[in-house]
Design a protein around this ligand. Structure first.
Ligand SMILES: [Fe+2]
Ligand SMILES: [Fe+2]
Length: 456
């Protein structure tokens, strides 16, 4: 892992570096120098062409980081390449190749302060050299690449490399930003599985180089590069898909000035509740998309009802209630969202069975629909309308609790409250912004609903 390939090191620009951070950086640079001096005896017997080849491979893989879908930040295969060099050529050359080969464009452009460039190079040298050193101690020079001892040695050295890199980098970040180091380590822990997953690649790279040579490494890298391209395509397609459904939601919001931003906020809150309730990634993703379109059925509601500022008549309310079924019909036509059409149909069902359109109750309503019902109402409550002021988070919180077990699933309420209390939720939408033409409130005003929290 090259610390400058992590999002944290790329994105954080530190305006004024505290004195402690400068001293720390200088100590790490001095430590790298001392380590190189200590390791000088290990630098023998390698062909320059091999070293140059690995230097180029490290630079190439460093320049092409892989964006991992659903994971914060990027993962660079260069970690596998750097560590392979440390295993093959020993700690000194491994460290030097890593430090030199992984210099990024940003560092070369002069936009990174010199002291930070030096620190980055030094800490990467120490990390790779530590990895190489731990490997050579465990390996002890007497196990073939096919043996279990060799495999375990590669694993041990790789973990040492990662830990050294993580600690050195996090230490600097903690001092620079005056943040507790545990908090920094918590923030970069996403990288652990990704980088540990690169250790088998490092092992295979070493084995391929050992048996086939340079050409083998290039051929071995090709599938990784194809994989990178596939990831890129996947991300682009996903973005196109999200933009398309967002455009669809925006088309509805353009028709109804009272709905600005509602779909996007409901989607954001639904994702947080879904994650809090432990839904797997795929379901949370689907929930995110479906939530954006939960009110899309309003596209089939006449303007004079949709844009009506006051209370609904009985027949208007009956028409408005059709939006969940119309929306479900629309989602059924989108293959990727078909499963979610049922959630849209039931996003106005109530836990006690007094909702619409089917009067389902309790667990008979899909969990995702119960989540949508709660976050939809939360957003409606916290939004300003022509006929009511926006509630504060505290007021909305009390209302959600009051309706737990009647309108809302108590488990969903618990998760939502945890999010509100622990992470916080945006309070007070922008002045003049009206989150939703809250047909539920207007129906209540005309005596058509069974009461409860504001829910469209
Ligand atoms: Fe709705
Ligand atoms: Fe809604």
């Amino acid at each position: 892992m090259a610390s400058d390939s992590t999002p944290e090191s790329r994105e954080r620009s530190i305006p004024v570096r505290p004195f402690g951070a400068t001293v720390y950086a200088l100590l790490v640079v001095a430590g790298a120098g001392a380590m190189a001096w200590y390791l000088r005896a290990s630098a023998t017997g390698f062909h320059w062409s091999d070293l140059l080849f690995f230097l180029v491979m490290i630079a190439v893989t460093e320049a092409l980081p892989i964006d991992m879908p659903g994971v914060r930040g990027t993962v660079s295969v260069s970690f596998a390449m750097c560590y392979s060099a440390a295993v093959l050529f020993g700690p000194l050359f491994g460290g030097l190749l890593t430090a030199v080969g992984s210099i990024g464009r940003r560092e070369l452009s002069g936009r990174v302060p010199f002291i930070e460039v030096m620190f980055n190079r030094a800490q990467l040298f120490i990390a790779a050299a530590t990895g190489g050193l731990v490997f050579s101690i465990l390996w002890n020079g007497n196990a073939s690449p096919g043996s279990m001892q060799f495999v375990l040695s590669v694993l041990g050295g790789g973990v040492a490399y990662f830990v050294a890199n993580m600690l050195a980098f996090s230490g600097y970040l903690a001092l620079s930003t005056e943040t507790p180091i545990l908090e920094i380590l918590g923030g970069v822990r996403w990288a652990i599985p990704s980088y540990m997953g690169l250790l088998p690649i490092a092992y295979l790279n070493v084995a391929v180089y050992d048996t086939v040579g340079m050409l083998g490494v290039i051929v071995f890298l090709l599938p990784l590069m194809v994989g990178r391209y596939a990831f890129k395509m996947y991300r682009e397609l996903r973005e196109v898909f999200i933009s398309t459904i967002s455009a669809l939601a925006a088309a509805l919001e353009a028709r109804d000035p009272h709905t600005s931003g509602h779909a996007e906020r409901v989607s954001r809150h639904a994702v947080r509740v879904g994650q809090e309730m432990g839904l797997d990634r795929e379901r949370v993703d689907l929930l995110e998309y479906v939530a954006i379109l939960h009110d899309i059925g309003k596209i089939g509601i006449p303007d004079h009802i949709l844009q009506k500022p006051g209370a609904f008549t009985e027949s208007e309310w009956a028409l408005m209630k059709r939006h969940s079924c119309i929306g479900a019909g629309i989602l059924q036509r989108i293959k990727q969202l078909e499963t979610g059409s049922e959630w849209v149909r039931h996003h106005h069902e109530r836990y006690d069975g007094r909702g619409y359109p089917d009067g389902l109750s309790g667990e008979g309503i899909a969990l995702e629909a119960r989540i949508l019902a709660a976050v939809d109402s939360l957003d409606a409550m916290m939004s300003e309308r022509p006929y009511k002021k926006a509630m504060t988070v505290g007021q909305a919180r009390r209302e959600i609790i009051r309706c737990s077990g009647t309108q809302f699933d108590p488990r969903v309420v618990e998760a939502l409250l945890r999010i509100i209390d622990e992470e916080g939720i945006e309070d007070g939408y922008p002045d003049g912004e009206v989150a939703e033409a809250d047909e539920g409130v207007r129906a209540a005003a005309s005596g058509e609903t069974n009461g409860g929290a504001a829910s469209p």
